[in-house]
Design a protein around this ligand. Structure first.
Ligand code: NAD
Length: 265
C-alpha cells in the first residue's frame, strides 16, 4: 500500500475525491462547542467534515469552515437529507445550504431509507444533482443491499457512498463486497463503537502490540480496508489521537482477526 496521510483520498464513482478520514459531528451541540471542535479538527489537518440536518449543527459547522482560512475546495463536506424531507428534497437542500453557507455541498446523503420510497427518493435526488451545481455527489446511508440494488435498477446516477454503522464489531462482509463490486465506497459511522468496545481485551491486545490506542486500531482498520471513517470527539487530545493513524500498518493477519470480531461480540 502506498503511504497514506491525513489528506489521502478515495476516488468516487463520479470522479470526485473524498478524504478517507473525516470528522464526525453527531450529538455535538450547535454553537461554540461544534464551532471549536470543527475549527480544531481543520487546524490539525482533517479535511473532511460529516454533518446532517438532523444533528442541528450545520450553522456552526459552516461557520468553522468559513473561518478556518482553508480554501473551500480543500475541504470535503457531507450533509444529509432526513427521511421526513424525502419528498421535499429541494427545500431541505436549500435550507442546509443556507445554514452551512459554504457555497456547495460535496456529498448529500439520504440519511435513512424510507421503506417503499427508496427508488422515488433516489430519483428526486438524482434530478436535483443533475440540475444543480450545489451538490457535487450523492449517496445513501443505512441502506441494505436490497435497497441499493433497487436503486441501481432505476438509477442513471449511481450512489457514490453508503454510510453505514461499521467497525470490527459489526462488520458486514456482504455489504463490503457488494459495495466494492459496484464501485460504491463504504463509509463507517460509529467507527469507534460510540466508545462502547474500546476496553475489549481482544482489541486492547492488538493495540498494545502496535503501541497504539484501541481507537487508533479501529480507525486504521477502516483505512486499510478502503472504508472511509468519520470518528467524533470534542476533546482536542482525542481528535488529534484519532488522526494519528498514518505512521503504522496493521498486518494482514491482524486485519483478518479484526474482521472476525463481530463473530465474537
Ligand atoms: P464514534 O464511533 O465516532 O464514537 C464517538 C465516541 O467515542 C465519543 O463520543 C467518545 O466517547 C469516544 N471517543 C472518541 N475518540 C476517542 C478516543 N480517541 N479515545 C477514547 N474514546 C474516544 O460514534 P459516532 O459519533 O456515533 O459516529 C461517528 C460519526 O458518524 C458521527 O459523529 C456522525 O457524523 C456519523 N453518524 C452517522 C449516522 C448515520 O445514520 N448516517 C449515525 C451515527 C453517526
Amino acid at each position: 500500500m502506498s503511504k497514506l496521510n491525513i489528506e489521502s483520498k478515495v476516488k468516487l464513482n463520479n470522479g470526485t475525491q473524498m478524504p478517507l478520514l473525516g470528522f464526525g459531528t453527531y450529538q455535538i451541540p450547535d454553537g461554540e462547542i461544534t464551532y471549536n471542535s470543527v475549527l480544531y479538527a481543520l487546524k490539525i489537518g482533517y479535511r473532511h467534515i460529516d454533518t446532517a440536518k438532523f444533528y442541528g449543527n450545520e450553522i456552526s459547522v459552516g461557520g468553522a469552515i468559513r473561518d478556518s482560512g482553508i480554501p473551500r475546495k480543500d475541504i470535503f463536506v457531507t450533509t444529509k437529507l432526513w427521511p421526513n424531507d424525502a419528498l421535499n428534497a429541494e427545500k431541505a437542500l436549500e435550507t442546509s445550504l443556507k445554514k452551512l453557507d459554504i457555497g456547495y455541498i460535496d456529498l448529500y446523503l439520504i440519511h435513512w431509507p424510507l421503506p417503499g420510497l427508496v427508488k422515488k427518493t433516489w430519483k428526486r435526488l438524482e434530478k436535483i444533482y443533475k440540475n444543480s451545481d450545489t451538490i457535487k455527489a450523492i449517496g445513501v446511508s443505512n441502506h441494505n443491499v436490497n435497497q441499493i440494488k433497487s436503486i441501481l435498477s432505476i438509477a442513471t446516477v449511481k450512489p457514490v457512498v453508503n454510510q453505514v454503522k461499521c467497525s470490527p464489531y459489526n462488520f458486514d462482509p456482504k455489504m463490503y463486497e457488494f459495495c466494492q463490486k459496484n464501485d460504491i465506497v463504504m463509509e463507517a459511522w460509529g467507527p469507534l463503537t460510540q466508545g462502547k468496545k474500546l476496553s475489549d481485551e481482544n482489541l486492547t491486545t492488538i493495540a498494545e502490540k502496535y503501541d497504539k490506542s484501541p481507537a487508533q486500531i479501529l480507525l486504521r482498520w477502516c483505512i486499510q480496508k478502503g472504508i472511509v471513517t468519520i470518528p467524533k470527539s470534542t476533546h482536542e487530545k482525542r481528535v488529534a489521537e484519532n488522526a494519528d493513524i498514518f505512521d503504522f500498518q496493521i498486518s494482514e493477519s491482524d486485519i483478518r482477526k479484526l474482521d472476525n470480531f463481530s463473530k465474537k461480540a
